[in-house]
Design a protein around this ligand. Sequence first.
Ligand code: SF4
Length: 690
Amino acid sequence: MTAVPTHCPYCALQCATSLLPADRPGAVEVRPRGEGGLCRKGWTAAEVLTVPDRLTTPLVRDASGELVPVTWDYALDFVANRIQSLQASHGRDAVAVFGGGGLTNEKAYALGKFARVALRTANVDYNGRFCMSSAAAATNRAFGIDRGLPFPLADLDGADAVLLVGSNIADTMPPAVSHLPSEGGLLVVDPRRSATAALPGALHLQATPGTDLALVLALTHVVLQEGLADTSYLTERVDDADALYRSTAAWWPERAERVTGVPALTIRRAARVLAAAAPVHGGAGAFILTGRGAEQHSKGTDTVTACINLALALGLPGRLGSGYGCITGQGNGQGGREHGQKADQLPGYRSIADPAARAHVAAVWGVDPADLPGPGKSAVELINSLGTTDGPRALLVHGSNLLVSAPNLASVRERLAALDLLVVADVVPSETALLADVVFPVTQWAEEDGTMTSLEGRVLRRQAAVTPPGEVRSDLHVFAGLASRLGCTASFPTDPAAVFEELRLASAGGKADYSGITWSRLDNEELFWPVPAVDHPGTPRLFADRFGTPDGRAHVVPVDHRPVADDLNGAAPMYLVTGRLLQHYQSGAQTRRVPELAEAEPEVFAEIHPRVAAQLGISDGRPVELRTARGAMVLAARVTTDVRPDTVFVPFHYGGAGAVNELTNDVLDPVSRMPEFKACAVSLRAAALP
Ligand code: SF4
């Protein structure tokens, strides 16, 4: 084997790697390729290929309740028969499919097509609903197009200021830190002094959990009241700029200080730093970027909208060297939302409710548009309907570990247990796979070809370097095998290149147009969508001349602050905030199996302020019980001044008794249907370890 060029399996930065032969079957050595380097997760990613408990054969639960090895034919026959039986008794929507933002573009596309064409169910959604859906909803309504970063990440290099709202990239994607300003222009909004907030020169705005929206309204108020807005830009490129003034007029910094806890002086200073960096004031450029901290709230769409409104006030979006963007988290969080695994979308980032979109995609699929289901339920609503009287009786899960990553896990467990059939396709026995009736062992990054789309909308190749172990096959084989057994005559290729060819046609003319991207082009270049023709160079920067709205102008949507849904009360007087660690990725199913990473952060903990620890008689490392309206857990205290005295921080990467999503709230943002992972009321007390 010679060095195989590919990309890291984890986050949306999709760092370039070379895979070299290793001394064990199925193993490789990872090396960085090009500039930027890798974080420890990337360096150690090869460990996941050969973990001792790797799934290598299909499993079916037998009469005694054990998962036992079976052949692929047996497992596929078993699942197809159960699907046919359930749909015959309960209708097509009796079967649901749940996808993931880590799946390749081809798998995400095939999953959506499988649901709509082979199963003909409306019940399909994916875990991106937990990830960046609020930013997607906000950018779609403001700009008409959702591409996480509508500019290359390297554009940040020339900026004088970057405002990060709820994004801890120093832990989640460390190589990206090199793009942040180091001369005092980094502004970080986070209730916790994260590794990013602690970067040299950063101005940390340590807002009360759930108050980012009020803080950004106040920043915009200062910009407008101090005459710092780009009025020419507002006149030429923005629809209803007056709404900016109306929606922020009452958010003077002293009022915001009372809500957010951030001093009014700091708010004014941050607004002036950002404004001075804007081109309208002669600055080199300014960016506003949001992450899960801003988005995973019942008002996440409005918080991102407030950030976009601030960016518009300063004339940033669409201007070279400035802009607004979302730091997408999952490896294919961007591509995963473009190709039809969302409840409301078809490939090409098209609305499933749009008759023209349905006709286009149906023609590619060779089906009657009238046979395509309509919009389905969003992720949490889908989960909450499982096993209910009118809800799905079967669920197929690909690339998602619901029993760690979904909110309010007691409810999730109850709904999964009520199913007649749970099928999970995964690479390791995740917490969700261990509950399944049928498990399909599927390929992972270094074992498969495909395409991924980075947080910048850059489409790139994933390349196979090793042969998968045992009976492992691609998710594409699952879709093809089940579709044929269900009597579906539509094609479900198992060759990723063939799937990509079809995806190109299905995306043609859509917002995320891949029609000009060919497999062979990706051997030599990486292309930013849209790429509407094979001789088109791609589109690294969007919105230079017009936005993606019908009138070409950015739309101001007036928004206002509102409290956390499960807000503080006498019985639960502190905020629980969840987040990520340097050592782990998402549900931790992969990184908890990598010895170096697991040894560095082996178990869940709760960060607690020293004042609170003293009041409760808790010292560092001692057990503390956290209790919310949904459940309780006992975990070790980590006493630190990095958190506010009214806040407890717990990482969400752990399963079983360490799963903090036992406590989180599944109330939804009304627009994006994003659950409120990031803030709920919690009580604390000293406890004995279980
Ligand atoms: Fe992988 Fe992200 Fe780390 Fe890069 S930053 S090596 S893509 S986990």
